[in-house]
Ligand binder design. Structure first.
Ligand SMILES: [Zn+2]
Length: 178
């Protein structure tokens, strides 16, 4: 437990400017991570990217960093330029996608498991939970639709854990989900 407390404190202290006003303990800081130690590294990568994105100015604070349905969810408040907002959202999308490939306990390569509750775990920390089946070809695929001007855009990307990047995927190349 002491260890869990220390990595969260460390993260908040390392990126103090991204978190809401100072508090005595990291756990009392709004936006302090509510997830396991295994995700420390991906949160660290995300914070570095966000610091770069907001360098040009504006305001940014995490409002919540938590695990939900087995993967990371990150929420923030602030006012940034459109360009910085896109970069921040991209940093968050990468971290959320990475969380689906990282054991929340140890950080090793993992996948979604279920025993009624969804969790991302490596084989060692699955502890009897069953892996959630994903149709072959749809692993780590993220489809996002958004409005750009007067058009509805759809992006379809695959997250690659090795390079920690997204690559564009032609939606027509994917197997049809039933
Ligand atoms: Zn593990």
């Amino acid at each position: 437990m002491a260890h869990t407390l220390s990595w969260k404190t460390e993260l908040v202290q390392a990126y103090r400017d991204l978190f809401a006003p100072p508090c005595d303990t990291a756990l009392a800081v709004r936006g302090a991570p509510e997830c396991g130690l295994g995700w420390h590294d991906l949160l660290d990568r995300m914070c570095v990217r966000i610091q770069t994105a907001i360098r040009a100015g504006g305001t940014f604070k995490f409002s919540q960093i938590k695990e939900k349905y087995g993967t990371l969810r990150v929420y923030w408040d602030g006012r940034l330029s459109a360009e910085a907002t896109i970069q921040v959202e991209e940093a968050i999308a990468l971290a959320e996608a990475r969380s689906a490939t990282c054991c929340e306990v140890c950080g090793e390569s993992g996948r979604l498991h279920s025993d009624g509750w969804l969790t991302t775990r490596c084989a060692t920390h699955a502890e009897g939970r069953a892996p959630v089946e994903v149709k072959p070809g749809l692993e780590n695929i993220y489809i996002v639709s958004y409005v750009a001007g007067d058009r509805n855009q759809v992006t379809c990307r695959r997250y690659d854990r090795g390079t920690d990047t997204f690559t564009e995927v032609d939606p027509a190349s994917l197997p049809v989900e039933e």
